[in-house]
Design a protein around this ligand. Structure first.
Ligand code: PDD
Length: 295
């Protein structure tokens, strides 16, 4: 695979990590995924802030400041020289004894992986994706708060596998109270009566950066939006739905459990938000050159 990996500041094509790293042994780590636009990292400040908040959430001290991260990400992205990059920043608890007590871990390992950007099929944007309402519940906030982006993603992996078995592209998870939460790597929005609805943070979701942008776009463009708690039955009346995430951006969701959402096609509000988000990226980071064309 075509990768550049920055391991504690050293950039290589390949990296190995100790099996005694608690990130490997226990999923004791935090991470971020950053996308690029014109190969410039998008919303890096927000991602680094969330990385720090996640680290605080698991009492992990990150030994470097944001300046270090920005510099290392820049070096790694430059050296990799892809048209567009997928950037994954991981901070693990570090190497320690085989014991869940993290006090034996001396220092975190910091890994920045850059790969060519993951591109979803255009079909997903033209026709929308199928979601499956899965039986796996989203982690309770009181157990492992989904607001902390830890390297322990088994909850989402199990949900994703269930969705795949049902022939859907992603899962929609409920919380223990039976209310809508989010997808396995995305946040969820639906439209009813021309108004946008999205589960509130206290449902137990990640505070997605793309979600925040979509909320801001709704505010700036006079689209009414409500955050709250809704059971899945609410979706039987929905006219449209979409998911948001760093890699997916804004992606229409047009079927739920094999049944069409609204008329089963990406609706006008979804299409409008897809355009608004693309325009926001162009305005912030410049219009990217066509693939293969150097800028
Ligand atoms: N995931 N919810 C979950 C559980 C996520 O893992 C993600 C992001 C999101 C969307 O957040 P954002 O808009 O900040 O990307 C919501 C990344 C893309 C991943 O793990 O691949």
């Amino acid at each position: 695979m075509n990768l550049k990996i920055n391991f504690n500041g050293a950039i290589q094509d390949y990296a190995e990590i100790s099996v005694l790293d608690h990130g490997f042994l226990f999923g004791d780590s935090v991470y971020e995924v950053v996308a690029t636009h014109g190969n410039k990292p998008c919303f890096l400040e927000q991602h680094l802030e969330r990385l720090r908040n996640s680290a605080v959430g698991i009492s992990l001290e990150i030994p470097y400041d944001d300046e270090w991260f920005v510099e290392q990400i820049d070096r790694t992205v430059q050296l990799a020289n892809f048209d567009e990059s997928y950037i994954r920043i991981i901070v693990t608890r570090g190497v320690g004894e085989i014991d869940i007590d993290p006090s034996s871990c001396d220092r975190p390992n910091i890994i920045i992986i850059t790969a060519p950007a993951k591109v979803y099929s255009g079909q997903y944007y033209e026709n929308g994706i199928d979601l499956a309402l899965v039986s796996v519940k989203r982690n309770a906030r009181e157990a492992l708060n989904p607001g902390i982006k830890t390297g322990n993603y088994l909850n989402n992996i199990l949900a994703k596998m269930e969705a795949t078995r049902q022939g859907a592209q992603d899962a929609l998870m409920l919380n223990a109270q039976g209310n809508l939460t989010e997808g396995t790597t995305s946040n969820f929005f639906f439209v009813n009566g021309g108004k946008l609805f999205t589960p509130s943070l206290d449902c137990g979701i990640l505070s997605g950066i793309t979600r925040e942008m979509a909320i801001q776009l709704a505010l700036e463009n006079g689209v009414p939006l409500e955050e709250g708690h809704w059971p899945p039955e609410e979706l039987s009346q929905a006219e449209e739905a979409f998911v948001t995430g760093t890699v997916k951006k804004i992606m229409p969701a047009t079927r739920l459990d094999g049944k069409p959402i609204g008329n089963g096609k990406p609706g006008p509000i979804t299409l409008r938000f897809m355009r608004l988000y693309d325009r926001l990226l162009d305005e912030k980071y410049g219009v990217p050159a066509a693939p293969g064309q150097s800028q």
